[in-house]
Design a binder for this molecule. Sequence first.
Ligand code: NAD
Length: 368
Amino acid sequence: MSNPSILILAGDGIGPEVMGEVKKIIGWYGDKRGLHFDVSEDLVGGCAYDKHGTPLHDDTMAKAQEVDAVLLGAVGGPKYDNLDFSVKPERGLLRLRKEMDLFSNLRPAQCFDALADFSSLKKEVVAGLDIVIVRELTSGIYFGEPRGIITEGNERVGINTQRYTESEIARVARSAFELARKRNNKVCSMEKANVMESGILWRQVVTEIHDKEYPDVELSHMYADAGAMQLCRWPKQFDVIVTDNLFGDLLSDAAAMLTGSLGMLPSASLGAPMANGRPKALYEPVHGSAPDIAGQGKANPIACILSFAMALRYSFDKGDEATRLEQAIEKVLADGVRTADLLGPEGGKPVSTSEMGDKIIEALDASL
Ligand code: NAD
């Protein structure tokens, strides 16, 4: 059987720097765990525009459709700010998400004990936090028609439409229930069924899918505004939260910041299963290309490395190896190793991007 395949699109700015550390870790899994991947690399974003005049070449798009997982670094930078909208670096990323039909966006909020002081909430509220928000990514109010700004009488009216089909709700609900089964088996679905018909349908469909296909998973429902309050009050009550595109956008950003630094936040975007049963998948850190620190060896590679851990868990069914990697990161942080973004007001000497990668590999070695 051939090895699972990965397409690396490191992108711009700090993308190639943080991805360099992921490549070392992929190498470690081959050498030390016999877990070999067929890795190919290509361009996305500004670097693709520089070479091809487009932020995502058709050949790259075709490769992304074929592989088991895409790992993306980051795109963009000041050099590209004045480009036409149609060829801006971000368009490359949007095209990948759209053409791969990545409808389920997983944003974990995981708080490593050693960084609990970084949160704006009290340490006991966030220490040990480990939740995932599943956001529907390809439908809802950001895409619904009619939309636009029209004139009615003598004033302008802004219009957007929240629209969900049953099948769109069902597929993201399944994705959340599947995820919960690999975690603590609990899903909380959030909508506004009290004031929105789309919310009523959302609640009905999630309940139907649960009762028919996932009765073993514990399901609860919450209005999204109450959910936002509960996320700040006691986030550890949740395991998996599933919600629509708009509420998910807000709730996942709020939940992510419970945990501190942007340099720590991974994400996964999943689509329908391919012929081999694996979902189409793109893994990327939440942060951007950080032009202010690019090329200086200062970037924190952990968000990108945690994104690879998600790939191990969700694309390659290697949850135990994903946990090994997460524990190695936890150990390094507990030992006080910090990139500059993780230094608190008391300061200290930061390690470089590659030193952080090396420390994580040492911790992986120690785990054997
Ligand atoms: P950013 O995430 O790149 O940076 C925000 C701040 O966080 C900066 O001070 C940066 O130095 C810091 N930071 C981010 N990642 C870090 C890391 N791994 N380690 C240490 N510090 C880190 O956001 P921005 O400055 O608003 O955007 C910069 C560029 O990135 C823009 O061109 C934007 O369009 C693009 N962007 C791309 C993506 C993506 O590729 N998914 C996401 C957001 C922004």
